[in-house]
Design a binder for this molecule. Sequence first.
Ligand SMILES: *[C@@H]1O[C@H](CO)[C@@H](O)[C@H](O)[C@H]1NC(C)=O
Ligand SMILES: *[C@@H]1O[C@H](CO)[C@@H](O)[C@H](O)[C@H]1NC(C)=O
Ligand SMILES: [Cu+2]
Length: 383
Amino acid sequence: MPSLAICVLFILVLFPNYDIDAQQTSLTSANRSLDPRFLNWLNSLFFLPPEGELRVRKEYRMLTDAERNNFHNSIRLLKQDTSVPPNKFDALASLHHLNTALSAHGGPNFLGWHRVYLVLFENAMREKVANVTIPYWDNTIEEGLQSPRQSILFSPLFMGTANGQVTQGPFSFWSTPFGPLGRDVGNDRRLMNPNDISAIMSQTIIADITNPNAPDATNIEELHNDVHVYLGQQMSRIESASYDPLFYIHHAFIDYLWEDFRTNQRMRGLDPARDYPRIVGEQTHQPLASMGLGRLLVIDGINDIFTRRIYRYERRPTCIPNSNNCGSQYLRCDWSRQRCVPLIMNQNSPTAMAQTGPVVQRLPWWSRQGGATTFGNGQFVFG
Ligand SMILES: *[C@@H]1O[C@H](CO)[C@@H](O)[C@H](O)[C@H]1NC(C)=O
Ligand SMILES: *[C@@H]1O[C@H](CO)[C@@H](O)[C@H](O)[C@H]1NC(C)=O
Ligand SMILES: [Cu+2]
């Protein structure tokens, strides 16, 4: 029955005269409504795909080169498409800081809101390139490196520049409403480690892993905040984070962990589609409050329909016995720690990715220390 209810919700938002304009005002002093062209397009992104194969979201390094290029291209094409002002990528990004996001942070709906947001974004990507999915970035792969900023993740083949303005890779020289796209990796907070993930998975109900109830050690929102701040610049603030494509692969991993948590719940005889806390903190996180996205309610975020009908996750890469590469040419196994690690950029050659020996830690050739720019005082910070 919950699935039926949410099907109806998805159908409702397809009505041509559907109008969420009344709710769409900015949190900034401008208080402007969403552009009608954006509203029309946004409505078209609420749909359930036909029954059939689920989309498969893989770890970013597990994509084939063609899949990865398709993923990058779909995002670049959204950024170039100005049929929705200022462009489709930025319009979608704005949902994360307008009053469409009042229930997105600081409470149990953190997980459901971002799940819906990723599906909308993925639907938009697939308008540009058929069949692309959002990969997830397992940030524990970078965690524990002496210098995560030298990971292949920040090479031109993947997300590009780790420190300073992004001048390398598929999103080089992007502009955002919060200045040129930039990063400042590794100067504050931290990535997630395997103990963090074990701690989350040892918990039982959503209240154990979300605000306002969860202690820091098992609080998935707090742990995710640390990763945001660790990446720096746009990613470090709620209002600007979604303008960096890293946002979507980071959140896909958080969503992956939640789905693992839900699978654990089922194995323990609990129904994740009924697990919404009674104590929610902020009123915006009440189960019957608007999610801010279409006609969905907060409670719809815990529905099973997303991973029954839309997508599933491929497992995180692990060390493969009798092999060295964790199943990707961009990863290798550190057998001493039994963990997959990324290839590390070599300072002598931008394409020297085929290291097979021990992981070496050297400065990448494009590293620019101290090149970070700072932002003015924004209103929103990742706690
Ligand atoms: C912002 O928009 C809302 C909804 O339309 C309205 O109630 C409110 O008065 C507006 N605030 C300002 C400062 O214009
Ligand atoms: C996308 O996936 C569908 C369903 O699997 C398939 O029929 C179609 O050919 C694919 N399109 C491309 C361009 O790969
Ligand atoms: Cu967010």
